[in-house]
Write a protein that binds this ligand. Structure first.
Ligand code: PLP
Length: 342
């Protein structure tokens, strides 16, 4: 049976070019600072997002956790969007590692209400009141269905942060999806924030790894925190080699994932018992509501026919396109949906 896997873009497997680069990678002990392949990846990554320096980390979660730890002190407040990954899906590292207080704010598809944000930033200075020191952004926004946050919003958030000297960290796990969809280079988004994390292991297809980028002094501290968290890796050039290919060869093809997600969304929108607005699908992630049955029930039926998706609540399903699904998989998925719901 054909298996069409739409669970996530994290299922992507390394390409042949990546495997070859991994096999041939020149390596050293990266904790001692002498793995040339990691150094090269860090230089390429920093340049891509226009920052002074970058650090290779095992996961996006660790990159975000390190950024929060470096920018904050215990007991301070971190402003998060209420559906943000860093707040909802990273196992609570804000509290566990940084001991900060998350201040969730509502948004329109990941875009903060600027009045609410300004109010949250300009808190009364009073020793009873925890003071915010960091604002976080997410682009694309996973749980807003891969929404692209406009550059204009980044500029407004920067301005508000500067009113009180706050730092801004971007969870840019899928920043290249945002960039390809909007035509705004990743470094322009990054120029509005103090630090950015982005993933090599999602749509870009590397097997493991994310990058944290920012000012050199920040990255020096980040290296120290990474070691504390057990994220110092040794001959990790074998993995960094795949990351270099991800950044150099895999960014442009993301537009294919976006095109396929749109076709899938348009097909789904025509089916009874499914609620989705194809106009909301800007990149490679789509969320829809199921009315005909429960979401887990639908996902189980899909699986029986070789279509894999994730139920994220009783009524919400998420599907993600990646290099592991082609046009035939889109056709297959729509056929199976039709069989179940049509
Ligand atoms: C928006 C966002 N940020 C961060 C992460 C964390 O990345 P990782 O799974 O590498 O820890 C993810 C993972 O799905 C994500 O979607």
């Amino acid at each position: 049976m054909r298996i069409s896997d739409f669970r996530s873009d994290t299922i992507t497997k390394p390409t042949e070019r990546m495997r070859e680069a991994m096999r041939n990678a020149v390596v050293g002990d990266d904790v001692l600072g002498d793995d040339p392949t990691v150094k090269r990846l860090e230089e390429i990554a920093a340049k891509k997002v226009g920052k002074e320096a970058a650090l290779f980390v095992p996961s996006g979660t660790m990159g975000n956790a390190i950024a929060v730890k470096v920018w904050t002190n215990e007991g301070e407040e971190v402003i998060v969007e209420e559906k943000a990954h860093i707040y909802n899906f990273e196992s609570g590292h804000l509290a566990f590692i940084s001991r900060v207080i998350p201040r969730p704010l509502p948004s329109k598809r990941g875009v903060y209400d600027l009045d609410l944000l300004r109010k949250a930033v300009n808190k009364r200075k009073d020793y009873h009141v925890p003071q915010p020191t960091l604002i976080t952004l997410e682009n694309t926004h996973n749980f807003w269905g891969g929404a692209v946050i406009p550059l204009e919003h980044f500029k407004e958030v920067r301005k508000i942060a500067d009113e009180r000297g706050l730092k801004v960290h971007l969870d840019g796990a899928r920043i290249f999806n945002a960039s390809i969809a909007s035509g705004v280079p990743a470094h322009e988004y990054a120029s509005c924030v103090d630090s950015i994390m982005f993933c090599l292991s999602k749509g870009l297809g590397a097997p493991i790894g994310s990058m944290l980028a920012g000012p050199r002094e920040f990255i020096d501290k980040a290296r120290h925190v990474r070691k504390m968290l057990g994220g110092g890796m040794r001959q990790v050039g074998v993995i960094a080699a795949a990351g270099i290919i991800a950044l150099e060869e895999m960014v442009d093809r993301l537009k294919e994932d976006h095109r396929r997600a749109k076709i899938l969304a348009e097909g789904l929108s025509k089916l009874p018992g499914i609620e989705i607005n194809p106009d909301d699908v800007e990149t490679n992630i789509l969320f829809f509501k199921v009315r005909a049955m429960s979401a887990p029930e639908l996902v189980n039926k899909l699986r029986e026919h070789g279509v894999l998706a994730l139920a994220l609540s009783d009524e919400d399903v998420r599907m993600v396109t990646s290099k592991e699904v082609d046009d035939e998989d889109i056709h297959h998925a729509l056929e199976v949906f039709e069989k179940i719901l049509g």
